[in-house]
Design a protein around this ligand. Structure first.
Ligand code: GDP
Length: 320
């Protein structure tokens, strides 16, 4: 016990990848390792990137990685693809995304797809972020494929959230309505080589004003980038730095870290309880009782009450 955690703390990539797989499979011992690592987390700066497919998030992520590496910072990337039910897809994703930084030991990329595990995508993401943080990555980038609710929620838990838009937004206006405005700490207007970039920037700034700017709050800046040609990346890095400095000054970083701990707690509670309930449901044969070959079927409401009552009884009797 603790071997894997030791290796992860030394920054060993293989051990980290192994632990992430075990966590994904909900192996209880893997969580014991994670508990050992936990006190060593909290140092990494977490950056979330969301935006419509094709807006240039992957290209931008690669440029940001290069930017952070040039400053001597190590980088972990969690690439989230909730649409892909196949881990094979995730592995392919790793390969494509890693290309630019494949040989660099200071960069660690991990793809995640929903696999119907207990805590869902947000819990898996948090586990991976914690492992990367503990292994000493200075920056952890959470990159999503699209702007689905899960993805927006996850990116919203980062320290600094980037929302990527492109000129001639159309679809993106919809995305902004869907709650993206609230999570954006920095807007990235990528593909600034395209027509309509001035107008799009005006529209974004107008939306920020309409959203109501708190005079003491953070006003999201708009970075123009051409990720394809590596243009505007330095300015974007400055905006990210600016946001992080602002957060540190205002105690906002501590607030966000506290929120993340609470979220981790609730996700773990849900996963633990659901795990117990699944086991007990099987033991009591409740699903079978809902679909009997003959006689009155058990209704799902009563079945849910029964499984909870059964677990409560177990607790009261002091058994585990
Ligand atoms: P993602 O789906 O958001 O990750 O987008 P990608 O990074 O895969 O980029 C989608 C396409 O846009 C690719 O063909 C990129 O080469 C291209 N692209 C990325 N950045 C820019 C840019 O700044 N300008 C232009 N014209 N194309 C870009």
């Amino acid at each position: 016990m603790g071997n894997l955690a030791d290796q992860v703390l030394k920054g060993e990539t293989r051990a980290a990848a192994r632990l992430m797989r075990l966590l994904d499979d909900e192996i209880p011992q893997a969580f014991d390792e994670l508990k050992l690592l936990y006190p060593q987390t909290g140092r990494a700066r977490i950056i979330g990137i969301t935006g419509s497919p094709g807006s240039g998030k992957s290209t931008l992520t690669n440029r940001l990685i290069a930017g952070f590496r040039a400053r001597g910072q190590s980088v972990g990337v969690v690439a989230i693809d909730p649409t892909s039910p196949f881990s094979g897809g995730a592995i392919l994703g790793d390969r494509i995304r890693m290309q630019d930084h494949e040989a660099d030991p200071g960069v660690f990329v991990r793809s995640l797809a929903t696999r119907g595990n207990l805590g869902g995508l947000s819990r898996s993401t948090r586990n991976v972020v914690h492992v990367m943080d503990a292994m000493g990555k200075d920056i952890v980038i959470i990159e999503t494929v699209g702007v689905g609710q899960d993805e927006v929620d996850i990116v919203g838990t980062a320290h600094t959230s980037l929302v990527v838009l492109v000129p001639g937004m159309g679809d993106d206006i919809q995305a902004i309505k869907a709650g993206i405005l609230e999570i954006a700490d920095v807007f990235v207007l990528n593909k600034a080589d395209r027509d309509g970039v001035d107008r799009s920037e005006r529209e974004i700034r107008m939306m920020i004003e309409l959203g109501g700017v708190d005079p003491d709050g953070w006003k999201p800046p708009v970075a123009r980038t051409v990720a394809l040609r590596n243009e505007g990346i330095d300015e974007l890095l400055e905006f990210i730095d600016g946001h992080q400095a602002w957060m540190a000054d205002r105690g906002e970083l501590a607030k966000r870290q506290k929120r993340a701990v609470e979220a981790t707690y609730w996700e773990s509670v849900k996963a633990e309880l659901l795990g117990l309930a699944e086991r007990r449901t099987r033991e009591l044969g409740l699903i079978e009782q809902m679909f009997p070959e003959s006689g009155e079927p058990l209704d799902p409401y009563t079945a849910a009450e029964q499984v909870v009552a059964s677990l409560m009884g177990e607790l009261e009797n002091g058994a585990t």
